[in-house]
Each structure stands twice: as structure tokens, then as C-alpha cells.
Design a protein around this ligand. Structure first.
Ligand SMILES: *Cc1c(COP(=O)(O)O)cnc(C)c1O
Length: 454
């Protein structure tokens, strides 16, 4: 095995289809339910929110879905992304494990999110939509969609979770640079926002609240659609280009992962890196573990419950069968804004329920410690979200050392943290803390769940 540091694919080797894991799942997820009737949602129910082509993808069980030429063309601005072997990190950990990472931080917005943003903007543009609305946490999704909408000449209204709007002004400036409108959420632009502000004037906001606002605004205007950066099947689908490239690159390295790791907000970058590998597990019996890594302060996968729940706070979205902490759960103000979400995608939830994937949760300080070690060894300053994947990879590498076994670890570097440096500053000055969450708090939040038979 050669000790290379980086494998680049040629533009011509970029995959031309997305992989739909629905085709290969032993148990498909239960259908989403209409919020009012509690009946399975039909495509027509969702057309006020999404273009038809994305809804078809949402419900598709076709294994491969072709990436439109126009989308491929834009992907080639930054794709294929490099695969690195983290030799310096391995050395610092003195581990027998081989650690690889897929570098999604090289996109224009600095994360994996443009993989779906470009696809979504494209299908909306093709169907004559004029304007998109969306929510954003740390601002990664908002900036990715701003970049994509600007390419296709679509207007964009972004509802940015207030705590992030205040912590991360530079993301807002990026969105403005790409011509998007940005307001802190809860805002006074929508009924949902006004209602929450009346009750909690200094609400830090949450992704769930911001989604309610963006959905409300889209439903009220026939030229406007809504766009979501994670959770939904079509979003996870678009991210699978990551893992398909990684399979080719691992082949070139003459290696294959025993463990594939992604941090977990709603599931899109985890799905992106892991689903193409899980295809090999599900259809060819390849042995590998896929680990989703969530913050200890927002532990839906490890401490939540599997139930039908709303994707937003107000209860406007369909009910999704998923691991959830309850749609009213407001996570602590950790810096990994993209991981502050109460629920999980239906596909990922089903895979976890069926024990095809695993989940772990990691406290904030351990993730920053991992991020700093990574920056000092591999040079790239990771996004606070991505530090969760790094921390889990380090745990696996340390375990390999204790057990004296060699193993191959692959994680997704979902984004860089150059716009999150204030978080690093706080870490260095000792101001960051871990947020423990009690079983009682979780039970209280779950109490508000509407019981639906699963
Ligand atoms: C949004 C985001 C995440 C979390 O979202 P997923 O949909 O779970 O991938 C992780 N990392 C970065 C850098 C992000 O921007």
C-alpha cells in the first residue's frame, strides 16, 4: 500500500448518476403522513412546496438516477473532490489504523451542501419557479443555496436561526454576495415567527422554527417553492456522489474501509459518504460499519425515540417516521449549528432501526479538541460539524491501537471552519462548554409528540 497523501479523480471519472439506497433496503421507510389527515402524503399534496421532479425522486425506488448534464457541468466547478490519507494525524495518534477523509470543504460554499443545492435550484428553474425560501442553521445551507440560486437566476429568501445569525455574520455576507435575502429567525415576516416571538421574545431560534417560517412563505405564493438542505430522501440522494467518488478513490489507494463515518445533522453528508458503501454491504455482503456522529447535546439517534414527528416546530410539514427528540426540542447553543436539529431523515432512521448503521454522540469539547488536532496535523481547519466525524474517527483509531489491530477508517470532512473561527477562539479562551441533557428533559420534550402508530 503506497503512502500517498491525496487521490484526485479526473473530471471524466466523476459519477453521472446518483445512488438511491431505497432500491436495496431490506425494509423501506414507512410513508410520510399528511399533517392534517394523517394519511400517506401523495405527490400532489407536496406540489405547493417542491417541484415535481424532486417529488418523484423523493418517492423513487429506482437504484440509479441520472444527474442532468447541466448539474454535472456545475459539479465540475469543484468536483471530483480529493480523497486524502491523514498520515500526519495517524502519526500523531501513533495508531496502526489507516485514516482517510473525503474533502467536501473544497466547494464554493465550503461544504458538501452545494451537491444538493445545485440540483434543487436546477429542477426549480426548469419548472419555472421564480423564488425559493429556506432555513439555515450555521449558514452553510443558506450559502450553498444562495450560490446555486444565483447561477440559475432564482431569488432566495433565507431564514437564519437567530443564534447563528449573531454568532456567524460572515455566512450572511456570503449569502448576500450571492444575491440572497437573509433574516434572523424567528422573524416578523411570518405568522409562525410572530407567534413564537410573542411567547419567547429572545428565542435563540432553531432549525425547526426556521423551517416553519420558510414553508409558510412558500405555501402562500404560487411562484415560490421551498428548499430543504437535509433530511428528505431527494437531498440524501444528491449527496451520494460523495461516496461513489470515494469508492473509486479507495480502490485507487488499494484499500477498503472497515468503518465509514459522517457527522449527523439530518443525515445528508452521512448518507452521501456511506450509502454507496452500504450498497456493497447490502448487495455484495461486504463487511463494514457505518457510524453517524451526533452532538451529545442533540442526541436524537442515540437517545431519541422512533416515531412519526413533524420536520418543523409548528407542525406544517408532513409527519416523518424518524428518530426524534420531539419537534419542540430546542438544542443548546453549540457551535455545530448544522447539527442542531431535533430529527433525522426517514431512510437513515430506518437503517438505524434495522441495525444496518450505528450512531454515537460526542460532547462539544471533545469535538473541538479533535478539530484542533486535525488542523495541526492535516492543515485544514474543519467546520464545527465536521469535528464530530473527526472525533469519532480518532476514537476508532485509538481503539485500534489499544486492541493492536490495523483497520481502515474513512470519514467525510463535510466542510471547513474558516468562517467559524469565532468558535475556535472561544474554545482557546476556555469559554466553550459541554451541555449535558437529562433523561427528564428528553422525556418532557417527547411527551409533546403526537402518538401515531408506527
Ligand atoms: C449542514 C452541515 C452538516 C449537517 O447536515 P447533514 O445534513 O447531516 O449533513 C454537517 N457538516 C457541515 C459542514 C454542514 O454544513
Amino acid at each position: 500500500m503506497s503512502k500517498f497523501r491525496k487521490i484526485n479523480l479526473d473530471e471524466r471519472q466523476m459519477p453521472t448518476s446518483w445512488y438511491n439506497i431505497m432500491a436495496d433496503m431490506p425494509n423501506k421507510p414507512q410513508p410520510m403522513l399528511h399533517p392534517a389527515t394523517k394519511q400517506p402524503v401523495k405527490l400532489e399534496d407536496m406540489t405547493p412546496l417542491f417541484p415535481v421532479e424532486l417529488l418523484k425522486q423523493e418517492m423513487s425506488t429506482e437504484r440509479w438516477i441520472e444527474i442532468p448534464e447541466e448539474v454535472q457541468d456545475i459539479y465540475r466547478v469543484w468536483r471530483p473532490t480529493p480523497l486524502h490519507r491523514a498520515l500526519n494525524l495517524e502519526k500523531a495518534l501513533d495508531t496502526p489504523a489507516r485514516i482517510y477523509f473525503k474533502n467536501e470543504s473544497v466547494s464554493p460554499a465550503g461544504s458538501h451542501k452545494p451537491n444538493t443545492a445545485v440540483a434543487q435550484a436546477y429542477y426549480n428553474y426548469k419548472e419555472g419557479v421564480k423564488r425559493l425560501t429556506t432555513e439555515t442553521g450555521a449558514g452553510q445551507w443558506g450559502s450553498a443555496l444562495a450560490y446555486a440560486c444565483d447561477i440559475f437566476g432564482l431569488e432566495l429568501q433565507v431564514f437564519m436561526v437567530r443564534v447563528s445569525y449573531e454568532q456567524k455574520p460572515y455566512r450572511k455576507m456570503m449569502m448576500n454576495t450571492w444575491n440572497a435575502n437573509v433574516v434572523p429567525s424567528p422573524s416578523s415576516l411570518t405568522e409562525a415567527g410572530r407567534r413564537i416571538l410573542a411567547e419567547h421574545p429572545d428565542s435563540p431560534g432553531s432549525l425547526g422554527i426556521a423551517i416553519s417560517e420558510a414553508v409558510e412563505m412558500a405555501v402562500k405564493d404560487p411562484d415560490t417553492r421551498y428548499s430543504l438542505g437535509s433530511v428528505l430522501n431527494h437531498v440524501l440522494l444528491h449527496q451520494t456522489i460523495i461516496g461513489q467518488e470515494a469508492i473509486k478513490q479507495m480502490e485507487m489507494a488499494g484499500d477498503f474501509p472497515d468503518v465509514v463515518i459522517g457527522c449527523f445533522g439530518g443525515g445528508s453528508n452521512f448518507a452521501g459518504i456511506s450509502f454507496p458503501f452500504l450498497r456493497l454491504k447490502l448487495t455484495e455482503g461486504k463487511k463494514l460499519r457505518a457510524i453517524a456522529v451526533e452532538p451529545a447535546s442533540c442526541p436524537k439517534l442515540t437517545r431519541g425515540t422512533f416515531a412519526y414527528d413533524f420536520g418543523d416546530t409548528v407542525g406544517m410539514t408532513p409527519l416523518i417516521p424518524m428518530y426524534t427528540l420531539g419537534h419542540n426540542f430546542i438544542p443548546a447553543k453549540i457551535h455545530a449549528g448544522g447539527l442542531r436539529y431535533h430529527g433525522a431523515g426517514a431512510i437513515v432512521s430506518q437503517l438505524l432501526k434495522d441495525k444496518i448503521i450505528e450512531a454515537v454522540s460526542i460532547p462539544q469539547l471533545e469535538t473541538f479538541e479533535a478539530g484542533v488536532l486535525f488542523a495541526r496535523t492535516e492543515g485544514i481547519i474543519p467546520a464545527p460539524e465536521s469535528t464530530h466525524a473527526i472525533a469519532a474517527a480518532i476514537r476508532e483509531a485509538k481503539k485500534a491501537k489499544e486492541e493492536g489491530v490495523s483497520k481502515t477508517i474513512l470519514f467525510n470532512l463535510s466542510g471547513h471552519g474558516v468562517i467559524d473561527l469565532a468558535a475556535y477562539d472561544q474554545y482557546f479562551s476556555g469559554k466553550l462548554e459541554n451541555y449535558a441533557i437529562s433523561d427528564e428533559e428528553i422525556q418532557n420534550s417527547l411527551k409533546e409528540l403526537q402518538p401515531v402508530n408506527v
